[in-house]
Design a protein around this ligand. Sequence first.
Ligand SMILES: Nc1ncnc2c1ncn2[C@@H]1O[C@H](COP(=O)(O)OP(=O)(O)O)[C@@H](O)[C@H]1O
Ligand SMILES: [Mg+2]
Length: 340
Amino acid sequence: MNEAILSCQHVWKLYGPDPKAYLQSRDVPPSLDEIKGTGFIPAVRNATFDVHAGEILIIMGLSGSGKSTLVRCLSRLVDPTAGEIFFEGRDLLNASPKELIDIRRHKMGMVFQHFALLPNRTVLENVAFPLEVQGVGRANRETRAREMIELVGLDGREKYYPRELSGGQQQRVGIARSLAVEPDVWFLDEPFSALDPLIRREMQDEFLRLQSMLKKTIVFITHDFDEAIRLADRVAIMFEGGIDQLGTPEEIITSPATDYVAEFTKDIPRDKLLTVGSLMEAVDSMEMVGEGLRHDEKLHDVAHAILTSSGPNRVVDEQGNTIGAIRRSRVLDTLFGKGN
Ligand SMILES: Nc1ncnc2c1ncn2[C@@H]1O[C@H](COP(=O)(O)OP(=O)(O)O)[C@@H](O)[C@H]1O
Ligand SMILES: [Mg+2]
């Protein structure tokens, strides 16, 4: 596992009258019911997790579950009620206002669903804007902005104004602008949620293409599980301010930590997500049949072989060594449930 770029330790954000005093008055952290009973809004409850260098961590949850608040705490656009946050080893909550501004300007990139492009500035000027704020001279910032515009596929539109662009194109400008400062960590808060499904898919592909080149450390919010499993290395599922589970999409789907997570993920097409390896078991090799299915194949692609075989199918690694077997019954239970 790569080093942690961001580390969040027991972070809380409650809204209401003097939430700090309320939390400090407690010996043990209050439960969700207690918090609600006292009239506080539990925007973030006791969040502890790391964001690793180069990963895409997706924060998922229904509207109002605290996703934006949590991510805003990570850049201290929102001040947590309690907890600690370390960014590249620096204590973010004790950073001076000047340090904070510096960190945000030089090390963090942000894209929001309703991002504000500057209406009276061209695409080029919009993308160059964060560099202008940094005090970078015109020639340098425009060179850099042109590179970013090309990166997101908008070359030729440098002189357009935001109103002359489609929603998808505007979002590309927002992405280019957020990347102009070469951030160490990139926050995206539902960047594609307002786009039509087809454009949205195109933007997801584009995003993955960019990430394959840039290898940024990314915290990406969405309320759409399909989007999450397409993009995520790991997913955190939030429920009323708490992180119910954080893991790979496979882990979350095969071993949901709470009833809520199970309910939340029940409609996900498992066959396209799960690999053979995720359902593999130790089986006596005498029982195994078949030439061997690769552990990293998706169930969807090998379902026929598994479902029509006379015994547990052999599973092999990249070198062709047997590493386990997969049973038809396990596949059926996972894909279709146990009939309840
Ligand atoms: N400034 C605020 N004052 C009071 N309550 C807020 C404020 N910001 C957010 N909340 C509440 O905190 C909860 C989490 O909000 P938010 O982080 O925006 O959720 P999400 O991004 O998952 O939709 C919600 O109940 C919201 O109403
Ligand atoms: Mg939000």
